[in-house]
Design a binder for this molecule. Structure first.
Ligand code: ATP
Length: 364
């Protein structure tokens, strides 16, 4: 028998008056996994987390923790601590008192509180600041206090709502390593809301992508990146070229698709095989297209496009292009790959890719 999920969202709907913030959520969260929730602003990520924390009640459906309905269980009776971007530390308590706080609320005696808080202060490397006021700490130190305060009760699940977004880039990467190590060593389930693709994709075992209160896709980071289900997911991740058209032929695991910019061969969909006459949308990841000054030789899908811009991030460049009908295209290339190719803004290039680089979006 499959292991019982730690958390189950079963047909959960959340309305605020007539506004539907979460439309219908079916989601299992497993013991010990690192689950990241991403999506556009206002899509219901925080509301989902708040329902799990007991700060909001579902309007319909059921949330279960270890198989037991918790819809109406008050926050203080469930051990689902939450770490916010603002951290919400108590400014009138010092570091140690902040960390001891929830133990005190649970009636743990002073000696035991001190021992357990001491362990977490040590674990988060903040023992030397134990008697300081919160105002006397740096952003990274506060982050560690917030984590120690949440973990001191040794919960099975920790909810994190954009905990790193207020930190600078360097500190962010350091805290990502701290969080990943903690999660692995403690075996605690992390549910982590973030706007940052790099945070979600570098830390999470699975990523949930939401749009307007609905889950668009759940999967391992690489799976979502390589095989987005819907146009929303492909566009949200921002690295794909997207084409829509009609299937004109199917043959040996490949399909031919007529689009406004040309006829392209693409791998048949494993999820939802398509037939002649079907309207389909397919994506080609920007790191799987080639750019060339001349028409490439061999079995490539090819179209001509005008270079409209380029963006450099670290060792990678994204070249933005536009086909004659206005279709937007992009390619990710290393500096080395670009060196031999003279890319000029306003100039023309051939964009090409192999059929197996095309992925039909099964959710469209
Ligand atoms: P962001 O990324 O901007 O933080 P989010 O995905 O976390 O967004 P939520 O905070 O879950 O979004 O909000 C989802 C929707 O529900 C939003 O449109 C928001 O305005 C609405 N909403 C949230 N809380 C309430 C409330 N208490 N009353 C009315 N509407 C609310």
């Amino acid at each position: 028998m499959a292991e019982q999920p730690l958390v189950e969202f079963d047909g959960v709907i959340k309305r605020f008056d007539s506004f539907v913030a979460v439309e219908r959520m079916d989601l299992d969260i497993h013991k010990g996994e690192f689950l990241a929730i991403m999506g556009s602003s206002g899509c219901g990520k925080t509301t989902t987390l708040r329902m799990l924390a007991g700060l909001e009640a579902p309007s319909e459906g059921e949330i279960r923790l270890e198989g037991i309905r918790i819809n109406d269980l008050p926050t203080w009776q469930r051990d689902t601590p939450m770490v916010w971007q603002s951290l919400a530390l108590f400014p009138f308590l010092n570091v140690r008192e902040n960390v001891e706080f929830s133990l005190k609320m649970r009636g743990v005696d002073a000696a035991e509180r001190r021992k357990r808080a001491g362990h977490w202060l040590e674990r988060m490397q903040i023992s030397e600041f134990a008697e300081r006021n919160i105002a006397q700490l740096s952003g990274g130190q506060r982050q560690r206090v917030a984590l120690a305060r949440s973990l001191v009760t040794e919960p099975e699940i920790l909810l994190l709502d954009e905990p790193l977004s207020a930190l600078d880039a360097h500190l962010k990467v350091r805290m990502q390593a701290v969080l990943s190590d903690l999660q692995r060593e403690l075996g605690i389930t992390f549910v982590y809301v973030t706007h940052s693709q790099s945070e979600a994709f570098s830390m999470a075992d699975r990523v949930v992508i939401m749009s307007r209160g609905v889950i668009e896709q759940i999967g391992a980071p690489q799976e979502i990146y390589r095989t987005p289900r819907t146009r929303f997911v492909a566009e949200f991740l921002g690295s794909s070229n997207i084409f829509a058209g009609k299937v004109s032929q199917t043959r040996k695991g490949q399909v031919a698709i007529e689009t406004p910019t040309g006829r392209y061969a693409t791998a048949q969909s494993d999820d939802k095989p398509v037939a002649v006459g079907d309207s389909v949308t397919f994506a080609v990841s920007g790191d799987r297209v080639q750019l060339s000054a001349k028409t490439p030789k061999g079995e490539f899908n090819t179209l001509q496009a005008k270079v409209v811009g380029e963006e450099f991030v670290g060792a990678t460049a994204t070249i933005y292009m536009e086909a004659a009908d206005g279709t937007e295209l992009r390619a990710q290339k290393s500096h080395d790959e670009l060196r031999d190719l003279s890319i000029k803004i306003g100039g023309n290039v051939f964009v090409s890719w192999r059929a197996d680089a095309g992925h039909i979006l099964p959710g469209e």
